[in-house]
Design a protein. Structure first.
Ligand SMILES: [Zn+2]
Length: 195
């Protein structure tokens, strides 16, 4: 269907910085899981950091006194870093997913060529990263059409009508029953007709 706008990629990439942030809560491509706030994150990080510092001084005492349990002290102390690392990793991942969703929404196109995705997202391996976000439930409402080499964005409705709903249609070529999205071009999996 629609192709990437090769004539104005700069406007897509750099335009609308403030507008994009405002729309994040209502971004249809960002899954609720990625939008969820983590008010407990900072308190948990502070408590874990406190225990880590306390554990560090215990470990230091053990080392000074040549205590036989030095390895155990080090392992236990390091465990307090695990929740901190997990929270930071989750935050980084969620904001990366949000940046993807921002760009998908601001594209305003029904479909983009997978080959152009790296350029649009300004990252390498954008398609596989996007697939990973979908697998982890952070991004939704995107369809990979590998046969056509397209990423379908069914909610990017250029005429601002209702988002396309899943429909069952009959192929005009071979009569097979197919599942499609209303208003989105479909290729018959049996006879190859595009309509
Ligand atoms: Zn057919």
């Amino acid at each position: 269907m629609n192709r990437t706008q090769n004539d104005s990629p700069r406007a897509d990439r750099f335009g609308g910085g403030t507008r994009r942030k405002k729309n994040r809560a209502s971004n249809p491509y960002l899954a609720p899981k990625a939008k969820r706030r983590m008010p407990w994150a900072i308190p948990v990080i502070l408590v874990c950091a406190l225990f880590f510092c306390a554990g560090l001084s215990v470990t230091r005492d053990y080392i000074d006194s040549q205590h036989p349990d030095i390895p155990i002290a080090i392992v236990i102390d390091a465990l307090f870093l695990v929740p901190i690392a997990l929270i930071i990793w989750k935050q980084i991942r969620n904001s990366a997913a949000a940046r993807f969703a921002d760009k998908l929404e601001s594209l305003g196109e029904y479909s983009v060529e997978l080959l152009n995705l790296d350029g649009i997202m300004q990252v390498t391996n954008a398609a596989s990263r996007l697939k990973e976000f979908v697998r982890r439930g952070l991004i939704e409402n995107v369809v990979f059409d590998y046969e056509a080499g397209l990423l379908i964005l069914p909610l990017n409705s250029s005429d601002n009508t209702l988002p396309p709903e899943p429909i069952t249609i009959e192929c005009p070529g071979c009569g097979a029953t197919l599942h499609a999205l209303r208003g989105v071009k479909t290729k018959c999996e049996y006879c190859g007709r595009v309509f």
